[in-house]
Design a protein. Structure first.
Ligand code: ZN
Ligand code: ZN
Length: 984
């Protein structure tokens, strides 16, 4: 009976995601995997034909992969509309594949229950930076399960050679950015793997549908057909029957090797305007017939409902119970013989558990007479109890009682013994006496504490990138400051080992240990049951890394000396002698300080620092995270330009845990260039943290400026987690839009409030002459291409936009910025670059100093709009995805080569160029020809460029090359090339 209930519940609650499928599909969910894979394959194929053409990411990935372009001479349609080529169809979002769309099938595996190796392992996502919840791997030879997929999971798995393509199921213990921030990137990476792409089953409580709905705005449907939610659904007009407050565990997986079930945990304040409702499932299913399109039927609100605080989506949490089957004892033929049995079918009957009559004696032979003792299957719990309020409920869950030990610590008759419990609950909850007591109820279970705590912060999880950071820091600490988390040694924290319950001593029975990266608990073979620390990586002190560097490249010591002299001598007197081959760098006119742009005159070190948080394209990799630029304006706050997955983790690596919190508090605006996942999937995590940090503090919602597809995503996502933000479309922050706005503010007295003001009115104004005082004459020449572009009457702009622009202007003013102007670039539909200009300042002797100007290209082909916007810029941060030799790929994928990026900067007369967004083909350092790079430097993750150090920036480049002299290689491995085919 419980089985049927579970089945109903599972089927019904997952219908919002599976609505196009027939109800029979739900049966496959709890059946043996083989059958359900094949069923799914058929259905996903069927579904796929219905995928509408607005699935640009998927279509794009099918088109013009690197391999294809190499194999064909003219594989990609090119149109020369300007002096630089670009893929027009792609830029307009029209490129379609001639191949059939991918079906992203699930893998099919043959399972073996007994002879498998099995363990659970901590994948330390976020453990050094405390930005996300750690993941847990449940491993079997033929099946892999991962619990939670926070930001950074891909990077961690790449680093530790854990193949994500082998993962069959991902389970979420909660649905929020902390536990699922890495999911969008992961789904996209899997979808981009191999010729056909891959998919994975994703499981989560019913509020997962909000996340899935949101992700649809930038992830192809095909990548998400295997997402399933379970458990009671939230409904604002439905009530929960008290009797079903704690339903039986929901069985999600039940095959030969493991049974995984979920127990839903809700915070105790469940009465209110929104209620959790377990709905009448089968009833609905049968009423609606076979098409499976069951509309959400809500029961009327029961009249005796009290009001209280409401349950929000995202409040639901899940306890996962993983039970491995028992291993039956061995059949003993000698015993059977002694009891008068002949070898034959009766042996088999006994092994199947049936009693048989003896052949030679007048007795019944029972299985227990001839079978050795069976070994109970290990049981693993994953517990995520996020708040004290959840804890109250946790303590009263009835279905857990069969797992509790008695007072002597032994399991009562019929009870199951839990082998290992992994606690994802935060240290603050774990340390409460109620939680401690609850832990003790599991007798001898091994407890692994993996929730948020400060214990492992000194140990960088991403050792490879930490190693490079330490080397860069040795060579040039000015541009590569020591990572922030090393300084956490001074932080005063208490490790959970030292946590003692507030009353009474901790029971000796309660074995507890703090989680560490890659710590294992072996489940099979039985002989090895228990903790296994062999995989835990050893730590490497920064001093060791430097020792290793000095023995590998001895000349680096001199190089570091030279670099430090840039800060100690004026550039006129520097005679730079390079390294052992005595290459002398001849003094170039560009080194002359006379070229210093006037905005840098007497610049202060607390004016502006540009921190390149992520400098790789496509997906987070071992050495380079995805796009994010942190604009640090010190006391005036900060901005983020793009916000790829792991941006928060990178901020914490740069500034430390507290420093990053301050950085997030100080954010004034986040600007996103375009909808590709490598540019925005870190946004939700940052915004959710900001909301938490500012709780109870008076503040304004943060302004997020982005392409219109991003609004769709954020609107949908905010049903899950409040992000406390206001959205402004990039297209409303173009030069023409700002001009229109200035026109509105000028004519406020004349126009009646509430009336929409359209661009036509503004065009009239424009034809009379420049509008608005903030017009930057150096930005775009009057009568230029861009000016005529702006005059197109394409934007209706109403009071909402005007109000947003007004708050934007206020925000900019507070940040000491004069303007933030977005401009169209050539990459995908709604792709933008951005220009920031600081307000002018007055120096010590009363002279007016113009403000600096920064331009960020986003992803783009070189284009006139970008060149015009970059005119006279102080710094141009330009993407350089490909090396010069890969021009064809750059054109096909609407990216730039290194040379093209430098040319854009040169032709716009910018002072300094920083290249970024390198293809993951170049794991450590991209390939470049430095002949024309006199004013250019290449970016590395965490590179921090203070405005005051700009004159020195290009001089460091040859030394960086020296640092990587043994590592200028291209990674041609399949994974990387596959990754390069993804939309980026
Ligand atoms: Zn892109
Ligand atoms: Zn990109």
């Amino acid at each position: 009976m419980p089985q049927v209930t579970n089945l109903r519940l599972l089927f019904h609650s997952s219908f919002p995601l599976l609505s196009p499928f027939k109800p029979s599909l739900s049966l496959s969910v709890v059946s043996k995997p083989k059958r359900h894979h094949s069923l799914f394959t058929v259905l996903s194929l069927k579904r796929h034909r219905k995928v509408p053409p607005q699935s640009p990411n998927l279509a794009r990935r099918n088109n013009s992969t690197l391999r294809e372009s190499k194999g064909r001479d003219k594989g990609v349609p090119m149109e020369e509309t300007t002096n630089v080529g670009f893929n027009k169809r792609r830029a307009e979002g029209r490129d379609k594949s001639d191949r059939p769309l991918k079906t992203l099938q699930l893998k099919v595996r043959t399972l073996n229950p007994a002879n498998t190796i099995s363990y659970v392992q901590i994948l330390g996502t976020g453990m050094d930076t405390q930005d996300t919840s750690p993941s847990v791997l449940l491993f079997f030879d033929k099946q892999r399960f991962i619990f939670n997929a926070g930001e950074g999971l891909q990077r961690f798995c790449t680093e530790h050679k854990i193949k994500l393509s082998k993962i069959d199921h991902i389970f979420l213990s909660r649905v929020c950015s902390e536990t699922a921030g890495g999911l969008p990137g992961l789904l996209l990476t899997l979808a981009g793997m191999g010729e056909e792409g891959m998919s994975v089953n994703v499981w989560g409580p019913s509020d997962m549908k909000y996340l899935v709905d949101a992700m649809r705005s930038f992830i192809p449907n095909a990548a998400m057909v295997h997402t399933r939610s379970f458990g009671p659904t939230l409904s604002n007009v439905a009530a929960i029957p008290e009797s079903s407050k704690f339903p039986d565990p929901i069985v999600l997986i039940d095959d030969e090797v493991v049974k995984i079930s979920a127990i839903i945990l809700q915070p105790s304040c469940f009465e209110g305007s929104q209620h959790v409702n377990e709905e009448p499932i089968m009833q609905n299913a049968s009423e609606k017939g076979l098409d499976g399109r069951i509309d959400h039927v809500s029961k009327p609100l029961s009249p005796n409902r009290k009001t209280g605080s409401a349950i929000k989506p995202g409040d639901m949490s899940v306890i996962y119970v993983c039970e491995l089957p028992e291993i039956k004892g061995k059949f003993d033929p000698a015993k059977a013989m002694a009891l008068g049995l002949k070898p034959g079918p009766k042996y088999r009957e006994l092994q199947l558990g049936n009693s048989v009559k003896s052949d030679r004696q007048n007795i019944m032979v029972h299985p227990s007479d001839v079978m050795g003792p069976s070994v109970p299957g290990p049981i693993v719990f994953l517990v995520d109890c996020p708040t004290e309020s959840h804890l109250e409920e946790l303590l009263s869950i009835q279905s857990l009682s069969s797992y509790y030990a008695d007072h002597s610590g032994n399991p009562p008759d019929g009870a199951k013994t839990v082998t290992c419990i992994i606690h994802l609950s935060p240290a603050s909850v774990i340390s409460s006496s109620n939680y401690q007591k609850w832990m003790e109820r599991f007798g001898s279970a091994q407890h692994i504490l993996a929730g948020h705590e400060m214990r492992n912060v000194e140990i960088p999880i991403l050792k490879s990138s930490a190693r490079i950071a330490a080397r860069l820091n040795y060579l040039c600490p000015q541009f590569f400051p020591a990572p922030g988390f090393w300084s956490l040694q001074q932080l005063n924290y208490s490790a959970p080992d030292s946590i003692t319950p507030s009353e009474g001593p901790v029971s000796k029975l309660c074995e507890r240990i703090s989680a560490e990266n890659l710590l294992k608990f072996t489940l099979r073979p039985y002989a090895h049951l228990g903790l296994d620390r062999a995989c835990i990586p050893c730590t490497m002190a920064p001093s060791k890394i430097i020792e290793e560097l000095l023995s590998e490249i001895p000349e680096i010591e001199d190089a570091a000396q030279h670099v430090s002299q840039f800060w100690h001598r004026s550039s006129e007197t520097v005679e730079t002698t390079l390294m052992q081959d005595n290459d002398v760098v001849v003094e170039e006119p560009w080194l002359n300080e006379n070229n210093l742009p006037s905005c840098l005159e007497n610049i202060r070190r607390d004016d502006l620092e540009i921190v390149l948080l992520g400098t790789g394209s496509s997906q987070p990799s071992k050495y380079r995270n995805v796009s994010s630029v942190y604009i640090n304006l010190f006391s005036k706050g900060s901005l983020l330009l793009d916000c790829g997955e792991g941006t928060l983790g990178q901020l914490k690596r740069r500034y430390g845990v507290e420093g990053a919190d301050n950085a997030v508090r100080g954010l004034r605006c986040i600007w996103i260039s375009h909808i590709h996942a490598d540019h925005h999937t870190g946004l939700a995590r940052i915004l959710a943290l900001r909301r938490n940090l500012l709780e109870g503090v008076p503040h304004e919602p943060i302004l997020v400026v982005g392409p219109r597809q991003l609004k769709k995503y954020l609107d949908a996502y905010q049903r899950l987690e409040d992000l406390n933000m206001q959205f402004l479309d990039c297209k409303h922050t173009t030069k023409s839009s700002w001009d229109s706005f200035e026109g509105i503010t000028e004519s406020t007295d004349r126009s009646s409030p509430g009336s929409p003001i359209n661009a036509e009115y503004m065009n009239k104004k424009n034809s009379d002459g420049p509008v608005g005082q903030s017009t930057d004459c150096t930005l775009f020449a009057r009568g230029s291409r861009m000016q005529s572009y702006w005059k197109r009457p394409d934007s209706q702009f109403d009071n909402t936009v005007a109000l947003l622009l007004k708050s934007m202007k206020k925000v900019l003013g507070e940040a000491g910025l004069e303007v933030l102007i977005s401009f169209n670039v050539v990459h995908c539909p709604q792709a933008f670059g951005v220009m920031l200009k600081a307000a002018e300042r007055i120096n010590g002797v009363g002279k007016v100093i113009p403000g600096w100007k920064i331009v960020y290209s986003g992803d783009t082909r070189p284009c006139p709009e970008l060149i015009e916007a970059s005119r006279g810029a102080t710094v141009l941060i330009h993407e350089a995805t490909f090396e010069d030799g890969m021009h064809e790929e750059a054109v096909a994928r609407n990216h730039s080569t290194t040379k093209e990026a430098v040319e854009v900067g040169n032709s716009a007369g910018v002072y300094r160029i920083i290249l970024t967004h390198f293809s993951q083909r170049y794991p450590k350092i991209p390939i470049f020809d430095e002949t024309h790079m006199h004013k250019t430097c290449i970016a590395f993750d965490m590179m921090s460029v203070n405005m005051a150090d700009l004159p020195v920036l290009p001089k460091v480049l040859p030394y960086l090359k020296l640092l990587f002299k043994n590592e200028m290689i291209v990674d041609e491995s399949d994974d990387v090339l596959d990754a390069a085919t993804a939309a980026s």
